[in-house]
Structure formats: structure tokens, C-alpha cells
Design a protein around this ligand. Structure first.
Ligand code: HEM
Length: 417
């Protein structure tokens, strides 16, 4: 770019306008996976309710995203229409359309109540010592190795154990869980390939077959319903209302999936942010009590879950325009969490930021039911790693997972000292 300052800003204004107008998940702008935030800024500024093809919009401003999450009557989570077109009759269709997250009340509320009962503040506080012991054992192991991949050797190893405990999956049977979960969630990408769809369908079938045996065993030998979500889902509510076999199995799969990759990415993204923002790292080492606000800022700044979806149950108005019932809405959490109208200086990573009403866990009736489990894991994993290896540094290039819905890395090689 050349010319006077005024000419340059006109040029960059035109560039942002074009970036927003032409935005599509099918043809992502160059460099999008590395840094999607210029595109999100352009969308928020120039096309906050952006058409994504016939009957589909992308919403990027914080106020609009919050409004959509808080109005589940107008903005339904029921995905039967959308997933019917995307998956056809298939295991993936059955799985996703039976999960609580992709349903409206009453199925949603029934399942949610059962899960939430095992995630009370007391139950979560009781997990703390177990997570510390798990993290410390991993740190001992990586210390012996000298250099590690923060994803495979550390971040990914934590959630699988925590959720495995919550659903009482025997320890020596947890091996395939992460692969199944990645395959099933991978098929949620806006444009999954045939290969990804086939992997996702097979993973649902394998997962169902595995859980069927596990649930049969729990029916014979119930666990402790204060801590074991599987036992709670099997027992149903005190009112006597039970989940069907299909609802029970598919929601066990969903819980196993929901807390895996998202939490792995929180830990991986958080540790990588402390590499990219050395001043923030120095401050967190000097003031370890900032870990709570630091984790919230990591969730805001590099939200592991960047996109959500809703479908309009009635006609509605947004951004001065009217839209008909049936409109499919993609909610951009990643853009909302960098909205300057909500967060002063939003592209600054500020580990002491307060208030920080980010939407990384969404909000409203579907707000993440595991958010305090994720926060606990994030705080323990990041603070204990930093305390033990304050000088960790990249050992090779970080590799991003090239997905738009889930933001994170497939590999983060570091040396520890
Ligand atoms: C950093 C980690 C996590 C992030 C960023 C995250 C994000 C989210 C988001 C954005 C939603 C709302 C989806 C929507 O309605 O469109 C959600 C729902 C949910 N999450 Fe999480 N999640 C995380 C960890 C967990 C964990 C550890 C668990 C389980 C222990 C969990 C269980 C759930 C469940 C069951 C729902 C569905 C809630 C409902 O529909 O009412 N999540 N999560």
C-alpha cells in the first residue's frame, strides 16, 4: 500500500468492506486459520448480519449473538432440518439430533437437569484433588522426556480422564474415546468431506456399541449418582420420567465429546498465548492468583468453540432487516468475543481483564453445563505447568488444526527449559 495516510485508510476500509461482503466458509480468505480476527472484525463492522447463501446468515456482533442465545423460543436449537440436509438418514443424524444441545425443551431440559445434578459446585470442588494428581503425574512424565508436545503429551490427556471419571468409563478402556470424539465433532464443520462424514458415521456406530455394554453393566451395578452421570441418566428423574435407550446412549456420547476437544484447546491455546504474550506470562508467574481472570481471558481471546447454530422458529428482525422462520443462523462466538462495543481494546490479551462477560460457553438455556469443570481443568493445567516450567519455549513450529468451528492446535512442540 502506498500514498498518504488518508488514502491508506480509505484503501483499508475498502479492503475490509470487500473482506466482509465476500466472506464464505466454503472459500476462506488466505491466512484465515492462522488469524480469523481481521475477517471477523470486517464482518462486525461492515456486514454484521452477513448472508451465507439462500436462507442462511452469519451473526458477528456481541449484542446480536447474546440476544439470539437468550431467546430460545425464536431461535431454536432443533437441527433436524439442517442435519437432514447435511447428513441424510445416518448414524451422525441420529446422534446429533438426539443430543440435548441440538434440541429444544422438553427433551433438552430433561437431559440437562439429569447432567447438571452431577455437576454441582460441591461435586466439582471434590474433583479438584484428582485433577491436581493427574496433572502432576503428567508433569513428572513430561519432565523426564525433556521436550514435549503440549497437545498430545499434556492438554489432550487431561479432559479424557476427567470426563471418563464423570461417566465412569473404566480407565483401561479410554483409549479410543478421543478418536471417536474428534471424528464425530469433525463432521460438524460447515463443509465436511465425504471422508470425514464416513469417519464420523463409523465413530458413532463404534461408540454406541461400546456404550451399550457399559450401560448394561451399570444397570446391573449402579454407581454413585452424586458423581456418576451415567448412573443418573439411567435412573432418570425422581418424578419417574426416564430417557429412552436411544436418548440415553446418544447423550452419553455427547457429554464425552463436549468436554474433550474444547478443553484440550483451552489448555493448548492458553499455553500458546503465554508464549506469544511474554509480558502476560511474566505477570502470571509473578501474580499466580491472576489464574482465574487469565483463564477467562484465554477463553475470550481464543475461544475453543468459535461457532454455534440456531434456526428461526418464527419471523424475526435483526440489524434492521426482517428474516423469515426457517432462517439458519451461524453464531460467531469468536467475533462476538472481540467486539469493541463490549470489550475495551479487544485485541489485547489482558490476563487481568474485568469484567469479562465472554460468550465462550454461550449463554441462556444451553449455556455450557460443564463450564466449571472446564475452568477447573484449565486453571490447574495451566498454572501448574507454568509453575514447574516457567521458561518453556517453542521447539518447532506450532501446527494449527485447520477447522473453523473448533479453534486449537494439533501439535505444539516445546522444550521445557
Ligand atoms: C473450554 C471448554 C468448553 C467450551 C469452550 C464449551 C463450550 C460450549 C458451548 C459454546 C456450548 C453451547 C452450545 C450451543 O448451545 O450452541 C456448550 C454446551 C454444552 N457443554 Fe460445553 N464447553 C466446554 C467444556 C465442556 C465440558 C468439560 C463439559 C462436560 C463436563 C461440557 C458439556 C456441555 C454440555 C452437556 C452442553 C450442552 C448444554 C445444553 O444444551 O444445555 N462442556 N459448551
Amino acid at each position: 500500500m502506498s500514498g498518504t495516510l488518508a488514502e491508506r485508510s480509505v484503501e483499508s476500509e475498502a479492503w475490509a468492506l470487500e473482506l466482509a461482503r465476500s466472506f464464505s466458509f466454503e472459500r476462506l480468505p488466505a491466512g484465515f486459520h492462522e488469524n480469523p480476527y481481521p475477517s471477523y472484525a470486517a464482518l462486525r463492522e461492515h456486514d454484521p448480519v452477513h448472508p451465507l447463501g439462500e436462507g442462511k446468515i452469519l451473526v458477528s456482533r456481541y449484542a446480536d449473538v447474546e440476544r439470539i442465545y437468550k431467546d430460545p423460543k425464536t431461535f431454536s436449537s432443533d437441527k433436524k432440518v439442517e442435519f437432514g440436509a447435511k447428513y441424510g438418514p445416518s448414524p451422525l443424524f441420529e446422534h446429533h439430533t438426539t443430543s440435548l444441545v441440538f434440541n429444544d425443551p422438553p427433551l433438552h431440559s430433561r437431559v440437562r437437569r439429569l447432567i447438571a445434578g452431577a455437576l454441582t459446585p460441591r461435586a466439582i470442588a471434590e474433583m479438584e484433588n484428582g485433577v491436581i494428581a493427574l496433572v502432576d503425574a503428567l508433569l513428572d512424565r513430561v519432565e523426564a522426556l525433556g521436550s514435549v508436545d503440549l497437545i498430545d503429551d499434556y492438554a489432550a490427556a487431561i479432559p479424557v480422564e476427567v470426563i471418563g471419571n464423570l461417566l465412569a468409563v473404566p480407565r483401561d478402556e479410554r483409549g479410543p474415546l478421543r478418536g471417536w470424539s474428534l471424528a464425530i465433532l469433525g463432521a460438524l464443520e460447515p463443509f465436511p468431506s465425504e471422508e470425514k462424514l464416513a469417519e464420523g458415521n463409523q465413530a458413532v456406530l463404534d461408540f454406541l456399541a461400546y456404550l451399550e455394554a457399559l450401560v448394561a453393566d451399570r444397570r446391573q451395578r449402579p454407581g454413585d449418582p452424586e458423581h456418576d452421570i451415567r448412573t443418573r441418566l439411567i435412573r432418570g428423574e425422581a418424578s419417574g420420567e426416564r430417557l429412552t435407550r436411544e436418548e440415553l446412549l446418544q447423550n452419553c456420547i455427547f457429554i464425552l465429546n463436549a468436554g474433550h476437544e474444547t478443553t484440550t484447546n483451552l489448555i493448548g491455546n492458553g499455553l500458546q498465548l503465554l508464549v506469544e504474550w511474554p509480558e502476560a506470562r511474566r505477570r502470571l508467574i509473578a501474580e499466580p492468583d491472576l489464574i482465574r481472570t487469565a483463564v477467562e481471558e484465554m477463553l475470550r481471546f481464543e475461544s475453543s468453540n468459535q461457532l454455534g447454530n440456531r434456526i428461526a422458529a418464527t419471523d424475526f428482525e435483526l440489524g434492521g432487516e426482517r428474516f423469515p422462520a426457517g432462517t439458519q443462523i451461524t453464531i460467531c462466538i469468536g467475533a462476538a468475543n472481540r467486539d469493541p462495543a463490549q470489550f475495551p481494546d479487544p485485541d489485547r490479551f489482558d490476563i487481568a481483564r474485568q469484567p469479562n462477560r465472554h460468550l465462550a460457553f454461550a449463554t441462556g438455556i444451553h449455556a455450557c453445563v460443564g463450564m466449571n469443570v472446564a475452568r477447573l481443568e484449565g486453571r490447574i493445567a495451566i498454572s501448574r505447568f507454568l509453575a514447574r516450567f516457567p521458561d518453556y519455549a517453542p521447539a518447532a513450529a506450532a501446527v494449527r488444526s485447520r477447522r473453523v468451528r473448533f479453534r486449537g492446535f494439533t501439535s505444539l512442540p516445546v522444550r521445557l527449559r
